[in-house]
Design a protein around this ligand. Structure first.
Ligand SMILES: NC(=O)C1=CN([C@@H]2O[C@H](COP(=O)(O)OP(=O)(O)OC[C@H]3O[C@@H](n4cnc5c(N)ncnc54)[C@H](O)[C@@H]3O)[C@@H](O)[C@H]2O)C=CC1
Ligand SMILES: C[C@H](O)[C@@H]1OC(=O)[C@H](O)[C@@H]1O
Length: 253
């Protein structure tokens, strides 16, 4: 049990990597607050799973692109669970689109959700941790896309590089408060975010072939690394970025 007696907050956790992290953290002894955008039924079923593990769970609705959501999420989670020990910034979107005719709304929404949302959320969680005075851990879900590009991801990859960079600067700003900040860099993980893109069998086979471990990732593949970085096992790890990609990044040929 790596998170016994701790509280963990995670954004965008009704599905995918966020949900696996929320449930994995409960399995490791944490009480969990989830932020979710719109799927009330999935959020409720996530909380039911957390509670079935004997932990407290609370779901709070909100759009992370709105700066007020961050303060509201952290305040209501703190009220429900008593404190914030771990914050996981996970919510994100990737509406695949070509570069030359990228709609302004698609570009701006992607920046607001993925990068501005991360900034507001991390700032709100850090303020609560500083107020508590006992340190904490922040883990952001960045991406392999912080390091490499994508033809239909020109609006998305800069946000993931931004989240990675935010964790580096936050690690410096918050070190004196005992707050560690790290990111995970997932490769290609089968979730709703890419189900249309990977419905193309040719593309899916190509992606699979690029991965030395021979398979695309599953949400649970991220839960372990995130929980490790959140836990005291990683007490001297801050400003780090952990690739969780089955080896895809290093596979040149
Ligand atoms: N699936 C993949 O291959 C990879 C995913 N990632 C990142 O992982 C994170 C999670 O994505 P996945 O689990 O893969 O996809 P997903 O689509 O299953 O999960 C994204 C979650 O974010 C939530 N969300 C979207 N907009 C929101 C908003 N405005 N406010 C609050 N919540 C919002 C969604 O409702 C959903 O629960 C994202 O940040 C994504 O960029 C990074 C690398 C690879
Ligand atoms: C959504 C994509 O499948 C996924 O997102 C990322 O961050 C990686 O670049 C993958 O392509």
């Amino acid at each position: 049990m790596l998170l016994e007696g701790k509280t963990l907050l995670v954004t965008g956790a009704s599905a995918g990597i966020g949900r696996a992290t929320a449930i994995g953290a409960a399995r490791h002894g944490a009480d969990v607050a989830i932020n979710f955008h719109s799927d009330d039924a999935s959020a409720a079923s996530c909380i039911a799973e957390i509670e079935s593990l004997g932990r407290k769970g609370v779901a709070i609705k909100g759009d992370v692109a709105d700066p007020d959501t961050a303060k509201d999420f952290v305040a209501r989670a703190t009220e429900a669970l008593g404190r914030v020990d771990v914050f996981v910034n996970n919510a994100g979107i990737c509406p695949f689109h070509a570069f030359l005719d990228m709609p302004v709304e698609t570009l701006e929404r992607t920046f607001r959700v993925n990068l501005h949302g991360a900034y507001y959320m991390v700032q709100a969680a850090a303020n609560q941790m500083v107020k508590q005075g006992q340190g904490g851990a922040i883990v952001a879900v960045s991406s392999i896309s912080a390091l490499v590009g994508g033809e239909f991801q020109t609006h998305y990859t800069p946000t993931k590089a931004g989240v990675h960079s935010l964790m580096q600067s936050a690690a410096i700003a918050l070190g004196k408060h005992g707050i560690r900040c790290n990111s995970v860099l997932p490769g290609t993980i089968l979730t709703d975010i890419n189900k249309d893109d990977l419905a193309d069998e040719g593309k899916r086979n190509y992606m699979e072939k690029r991965i030395p471990l021979g398979r695309l990732g599953a949400p649970d593949d991220l839960a372990g690394p995130i929980i490790f970085l959140a836990s005291d096992l990683a007490a001297y790890v801050t400003g780090a970025a952990l690739l969780v990609d089955g080896g895809m990044f290093v596979n040149l040929q």
